[in-house]
Ligand binder design. Structure first.
Ligand code: ADP
Length: 374
């Protein structure tokens, strides 16, 4: 290949990478960024020139950021692939410090040395919809069907408004374009109609999802990994949360094991505790959020600790009562629902003081395979 050919091939590859609708990031074996596609620039808020040669862990929040070099070393040493070749949900970090939920797929190839290609899809919108739906579901469970209808209607209106407005204006534009003479106008109009159709399909997707959520979900319990549920909950809880300056530490003991639970229910509990912890630290300067799990005496324990102001004196006696809240926009139902879920597992949910400041909420439930000593 001549030099000119090589340059042309490279330009061609570059154009393909930049045309990708998901962010494409390539790194060498040391994790140094080699290519940062246009979509990556849009998703992460960095220019390519700012991150070239930097370690890819700048794009991750803790704890992955600190662990990433170790993951890579282990993979290069042992060939044991934890995430290569599989798509998995991760939390990613923008230049602004904001985190967002994403699906990551990594492939590798050899070009003298090993090159890793990461495809990162920002699923914020998708997750935000799911979360709003979950919130609605949570409120529905508590407040009873009639009381929650207003909330549901608001969510539906919000989620449907956007694609339907877009579809209406695309259809309007198509009608205008159609009035112009010539084949090009016809083609343009068809393209606009296609776009309108996909917006309408998006709207019908929202309705389908709503229907699934509104269907009275039966809870099914089976033994499943508590660490995994905690990881997933953490991801959901951090979406859209005010996490600026929050240091997240997670210490999930690998002896924690399974508990016999309904996954969504336990997620609701953990998500609620994490969101409360983040809410509590809005005004404090030290913002440490520690999420840990362990196993003790046949019980599985999940603890969420924060460095906020701790539980308000007035709240102490009513913490788990419904509609008890100190927040302006609070509903005061999160902890009461959480407690009833954990009670139904023969477990306990309790709060204590963190030192020097803040609160620690702990969930204890029987391990799936343990004789609980109680
Ligand atoms: P909401 O968050 O809507 O107020 P919750 O039932 O989840 O409802 O919480 C009830 C109240 O418990 C909160 O308003 C707050 O006063 C208190 N609380 C919960 N978590 C914490 C925490 N981590 N630190 C301090 N107070 C908390």
């Amino acid at each position: 290949m001549t030099e000119k050919d090589a340059a042309e091939t490279e330009d061609f590859l570059r154009s393909i990478i930049n045309a990708s609708p998901v962010a494409v990031i390539t790194t060498n074996e040391r994790g140094e960024i080699l290519i940062f596609s246009r979509e990556a620039e849009a998703a992460f808020g960095y220019r390519e020139s700012e991150v070239l040669g930097k370690n890819v862990h700048v794009l991750m929040p803790e704890p992955d950021k600190s662990r990433h070099d170790g993951y890579m070393r282990r993979y290069l040493d042992t060939g044991e692939a934890r995430i290569i070749g599989r798509a998995r949900p991760v939390s990613a970090r923008r230049k602004s410090g904001e985190t967002f939920p994403a699906v990551l797929h990594i492939s590798e190839f050899t070009d003298g040395e090993r090159i890793f290609v990461g495809f990162v899809e920002d699923v914020t919108h998708q997750k935000a919809t799911e979360r709003r739906l979950e919130d609605t579901q949570l409120q529905l469970q508590h407040a009873g069907r009639i009381g929650a209808m207003g909330e549901i209607a608001t969510s539906i209106a919000h989620e449907l408004n956007q694609p339907l407005t877009a579809a209406a204006s695309l259809a309007g534009a198509a009608a205008l374009t159609m009035k112009k003479p010539g084949d090009q106008a016809r083609e343009d109009a068809l393209a606009l109609i296609d776009d309108a159709v996909s917006e309408i399909q998006r709207a019908s997707g929202v309705i389908r999802q709503m229907r699934n959520f509104l269907r009275n979900r039966e809870t099914t319990r089976h033994p499943q990994s508590v660490n995994r549920i905690v990881e997933e909950s953490c991801l959901i809880a951090l979406i859209g949360a005010e996490t600026d300056g929050v240091m997240i530490k997670s210490d999930l003991d690998n002896t924690t094991g399974d508990a016999n639970v309904d996954r969504i229910q336990l997620q609701q509990v953990v998500i609620n505790l994490i969101r409360n912890a983040i809410d509590a630290m809005q005004e404090t300067t030290v913002k440490d959020l520690s999420i840990s799990t362990r196993r003790q005496d046949g019980m599985v324990e999940i603890s969420i600790a924060d460095t906020g102001p701790g539980i308000h004196e007035d709240m102490k006696a009513r913490l788990f009562q419904p509609f008890a809240t100190t927040k302006e926009d609070g509903m005061g139902i999160g902890l009461s629902i959480s407690k009833s879920i954990i009670d139904s597992y023969d477990g306990e949910l309790f709060a204590r003081k963190n030192h020097p400041s803040g609160a620690i909420f702990t969930v204890r439930i029987p391990a799936a395979d343990g004789d609980a000593v109680r």
